[in-house]
Each structure stands twice: as structure tokens, then as C-alpha cells.
Design a protein around this ligand. Sequence first.
Ligand code: ZN
Length: 404
Amino acid sequence: MLGVFLPAVALTLGAFSYHPLESDLKLDIKSIAASDSQLPAELQSADVRVPNFTYTIQKGDTLSTIFEMLDVGQADMYQVLESDVSILALDTLKPGDQLSFWLHEGRLEQLELRFNPAHQVVFTRADQDTFEYEDVRVEGEWREEVVSGEINGSFYVSAKRAGLSAAEIQKISSLLQDKLNFRRDLRAGDSFQAVRATQYVNGEPTGQTRLEGLRILNRSRELTAFSFEGQYYDLNGDSLARAFMRYPTRGKYRLSSRFNPYRKHPVTGRVRPHNGTDFATPIGTPVLATGDGVVTRVTRHPYAGLYIVIEHGQKYRTRFLHLSKALVRKGQTVSRGQKIALSGNSGRSTGAHLHYELHINGRPVDAMKAAIPVADGVDKDDRMAFDAQRDRLLEQMEASTRQG
Ligand SMILES: [Zn+2]
């Protein structure tokens, strides 16, 4: 289902239990290429050190088989996995990504995961038992281009013909779905322009793109979207973010414990805030994203169990704890109402339930009572910056229609 890359064994990492998902990956042993490890010693130091092995992930691979083949001990792999618990980068490896190994006397010294030229995660041995990780992200350069076209057939077909990807078309539809019925409202001869930014690092495309601006001319109507500080707004600076759902489930479940920042521990009497709302959901209940957003974390914690974090723009964040199964992965875009997980009883939990949190500007609030977002506008202080950004993007779109 997902590009999950986990060892084919169940791991126990101290207090963490690690239950790998089923993997359909298989290993092609011959494709491992040993690089030249016979370099002069001075070349093996500092930043010119060449890895002992570089390997491109293929469908069918698992981490344990790769380690086994390189004759790197399982203990080393477990140490890397322990470090990975905080970042869960290994979970996101997919075919085409690259692994580089630096070995010293048969032990792993460093492991680099290269997802693309703009993103690497490097695990480096800190001592006998532990690795530290570094999440290396290169901003590189974003080059903008205008993609424009006319409606002829469906929006999907027309946009695809103009050069937009399926993911970009999906994004456009979800941005404007409250304002435009893509199936019924568009007519032949309507037109659209999108400003797309593509990321380059050292002249090499990373595969990452961003939709910066959009305009659809629908008969006499003009529909617009402009990216500004992580959110999309229309021409007037009104937010295109959609409202949140109050409940993270399809049906309503008994509320077994409310949000309570002053809750006291029954035994110790110490204040132990309850930063979320608990619902008495049986194990396996579908858990839904309450707003459009991006999954920033799918992880396990000795107390929180399996949990998911979703960022909804820069202001709002939701968290879902004690899950039994995640149906999304880190980095994935989700829309309001999308099934993201199954509830459970994982971590330190007194019974099957879903613990749901809503954070505003980094602080947990009562998700049952908070003023949940209804299309905010651009902040007053940001108005001039937004106008400048909008006008710059519009100018590009205008220029492209004059040329075309
Ligand atoms: Zn709770």
C-alpha cells in the first residue's frame, strides 16, 4: 500500500515496540555496488570520504536483508532503528532512494539516506551503542514557470494536456471546490493559468514542486488562489482553507475524558493536563483528518502509542494518539474527512479510545469548544507583503496569456 520500508522482523527497542508493516519488497543482491574502498587514507577523512557501499533501493528490499548482505551486524541496524524512532525516516524510503554505508572494521559508522538532492538523513555513530541523526534539507532554488491552457473536455484532461500533474490538478480542485463545480461549471473556451515553482539543487531537479498561484477564467468569473506563508488566499486575501470538522470520526462516540489543562492525577495530586479529548472508540474505528493538511509525523511513543500529527497551514495542528494502524505516511497531503488511521489502544492506555488534540499556534486547545477555523483572511500586518506576492504572480500569468 505505502512505500513502507521496514525490517521483516518485529523489533523491541527498549520501551518501544516496533511492529513493522507487511512489506512486499524483495531484494536483488547483485545490484549492490561496492565502491572503491582502497582509496589513500587522506581521501577517506573529512568530507571527501567515499562510502564503502552505495545502494539504490529497489522494489522488494528490506533493511535487514541489505544489512545482512553487506555483512553489517543486526545490532548496528537496531541501533540505527532506535535513533530513527524520533524521525521515522526509514519508513519513508521508496524504490529509487539511495543508501550509502560507511564502515569501519566491519561496524557501521555512518548511514546516509538520500531521498532526493534536497533531502538526506544521515545517521552517524555517537558511541558504542547509539547513532545520532541529522535531517539535511537543502532549500536550493525554486524556479517559477507558468502553465496555461484552455478548457476543452474535462478540467482534468485540459489541465493534464497543459502540463499539470495529477497531484497538482487534485490540489487545484480541492482549493477551489467550494467555489467551483469542476464538472458542471466549466465551459469550452474557459481558460486557466498556474504558476508552478520547481525545486533545483545544483541545477538538478529534486522532484519537488509547489503551486504558487492559480487563476481560472470561468465565463465572466475569475477564480484565484495565491500561496502566501503556507496558506492559499484569493485575490482579496480571503483564505481558501476550509473549515474544520469538530469530530475526528464518522459517527459520534461517547466522550470518555474531556480536555482539561488542570486535571489532577488521582493518586499524586499533581496537575497533569489532559491536552486532548478522549472518545470511547472500539479498536479499529476509522479516524478522520479534521481539516486539509500535511502529515508531519507518524510515530510510536511508549506513552502515546502509535500517533499521527497533521499540520494545517502554520497555525493549526492536530494529533491522534493510541492508534492501532496508520493509513497515511509522513509528508502526505490529506483532506478534511479523509481516513487516516484506525483507532486502538497502543502505548500507555487504560482501554481502547481515541485521544484527539487540536493545537492553535503551538498550544493545545479544547477541540470540542475552540473557535475552529472558518476561512480567515491575510493578517493585517501581512497585507502589503501579500499584495506584492499576489501582483507578482498575476503579472506572470498575464504575461503568459499575452504571449500565448
Ligand atoms: Zn486522552
